[in-house]
Write a protein that binds this ligand. Structure first.
Ligand SMILES: [Zn+2]
Length: 339
């Protein structure tokens, strides 16, 4: 069957800036005789009943979302970590603009100083982000026990090769607060000038570049679909939220973005507080207007799902925040004592 042309991007009517739209003709429908359909339903019912009887564990038809042993404390950790990340955004001179604020802004010319700075940042960080994304995809495939499945390594290698083909950032006024990639010819990331200007740190830029590159990695042939589904299933089980279809891919792209940023932080030590640097990977999602759509979780649910997938990171963020707050308090006290 001929593959459809797909493009990641945004229509301007959406809350989020990144999505995949099917633009070509719909898939052909296949009709079966009614008797065949009835037979299939009966068979699947029989199978369901017998497998439930055998395991005695399944909770029923909704068992596709596995419930995990995620405690109230874990949930509270996630909520506090969201609070910390979004508070850091406000304190940080290089904090990202939330996407609902970006969306309300008038268009920016490509010669706008902030857009130019953003484009330079994106150009500079693209090569390192390609490497970080390729590594993160291998790591995730191993973490989700997909690396040793038949054909999996070949898929991961093909996905990495696709990422290496992206060589350019193309600023675009009309793309506003969106970034997009043409999957059938993924040589450039098209970046709205408002979006370029709104991502003021290297960490934020890497998280968004990595998101786009992950769409490219999976490509038109959906190379990474098994991984996307596994990630979505785990997140859904932990935060009790249905995450299927395109939402799974978008969440997985954000997870790769978060991992790429974490690795970058490890490789580039800085005097900046750790919570501040980590927060930059997600803080463009610190919106007041938390709308969702068919293809995406809402921005705040995206951060929630990411911290649910990496609860250790949420804990680190809180621990580091507590330390730096007490350092701030000590330094303020010391300062007060000298006068
Ligand atoms: Zn996307």
């Amino acid at each position: 069957m001929k593959r459809e042309t797909r493009r990641n991007g945004d229509t301007g009517t959406r809350r989020r800036r990144l999505f995949v739209r099917v633009t070509a003709s719909p898939r052909p429908r296949v009709f079966f005789p009614l008797s065949f359909v009835v037979l299939v339903i009966l068979l699947s019912l029989t199978f369901n009943l017998s497998s439930r009887a055998q395991t005695g564990k399944r909770s029923g038809a909704h068992s596709s979302i596995p419930r995990e042993n995620f405690s109230t404390t874990d949930r509270s950790t996630i909520e506090k970590a969201i609070g910390t990340a979004c508070a850091e955004r406000i304190r940080d001179p290089l904090g990202s603009t939330p996407i609902d604020v970006m969306q309300a802004r008038p268009s920016l010319s490509t010669s706008n100083a902030d857009a130019v700075a953003g484009a330079k940042r994106a150009d500079r960080l693209l090569p390192v982000t390609r490497k970080l994304v390729a590594n993160a995809i291998v790591q995730l495939s191993k973490d989700y026990d997909l690396y040793d499945a038949p054909g999996a390594r070949a898929r991961v290698n093909a996905a990495s090769a696709r990422v290496q083909a992206v060589k350019r950032i193309r600023p675009n006024v009309d793309a506003r607060d969106n970034a997009s990639v043409l999957l059938r010819d993924p040589r450039a990331i098209e970046f709205g000038t408002i979006f370029l200007a709104g991502l003021k740190s290297d960490e934020a830029m890497i998280s968004v570049l990595a998101h786009e590159l992950t769409h490219v990695a999976s490509g038109q042939s959906d190379l990474l679909r098994p991984l996307f589904r596994a990630i979505a299933r785990r997140a859904a089980g932990r935060i009790n939220l249905a995450i299927s279809g395109q939402r799974a891919e978008e969440l997985a792209c954000d997870l790769v973005g978060l991992m790429a940023t974490q690795q970058y932080i490890k490789e580039t030590p800085s005097w900046e507080p750790l919570p501040r640097r980590i927060a930059r990977a997600v803080e463009h999602n610190c919106v007041d207007d938390d709308g969702s759509d068919e293809d995406h979780l809402s921005p705040r649910n995206t951060i929630r799902a990411l911290f649910a997938l990496d609860i250790e990171l949420a804990r680190e963020l809180l621990a580091a925040d507590t330390q730096s707050s007490s350092r701030r308090r000590i330094s303020l006290t010391a300062h007060a004592a000298t006068f």
